[in-house]
Ligand binder design. Sequence first.
Ligand code: ADP
Length: 184
Amino acid sequence: MTRVLLVGPPGAGKGTQAVALSERLAVPHISTGDLFRTHVGNETPLGQEAKRYMDAGELVPDSVTNEMVRERLEEPDAKAGFLLDGFPRNTKQADELGDMLAAQNMQLDAVIELKVSEDQLVERLLARGRSDDTEDVIRRRQQVYREETAPLLEYYANILVTVDGVGEVDEVSQRVVDGLGTQS
Ligand code: ADP
């Protein structure tokens, strides 16, 4: 059970859970949001392109995102497994991921959905205060999640593990680990 994807609306705690889980599962945490923020920080051409979309709460174009993920998954540490956080974010990216994995005779083992109510999400994000965490941008990101990303729950229905994302960090990680255990 080592090729795992985390899905959840902005503010569901994917990043926090991913860090804890990648340790527990002993696989690298691959976050497209973090990869983009590193590019933005280093002012690379990819970062300059991505920033415009991120600041508006829009998805970065698939062509840019897919290539960045493809390169990351080709790194040696991803061969034995990975925890993907923030990718795929729409069904086209999911098709692309399926192709990338199939080319290496791999497939996803499980998709974890972190479930958190909308009110709690907005509260958490406003408290976090990242540069793309203003109320308008948050609302746009929630809408993009509902329209583009939530269909992944159907797409991955046969390997989906839904976990209640409300509670202490350790409590939620334990639920995920338990969920992965019952799924296999
Ligand atoms: P959150 O977990 O709050 O949604 P992320 O750190 O995952 O935040 O992503 C921040 C921003 O990075 C997104 O709003 C989007 O602009 C961009 N991004 C991240 N992952 C993807 C992706 N798979 N496809 C397109 N854009 C992405």
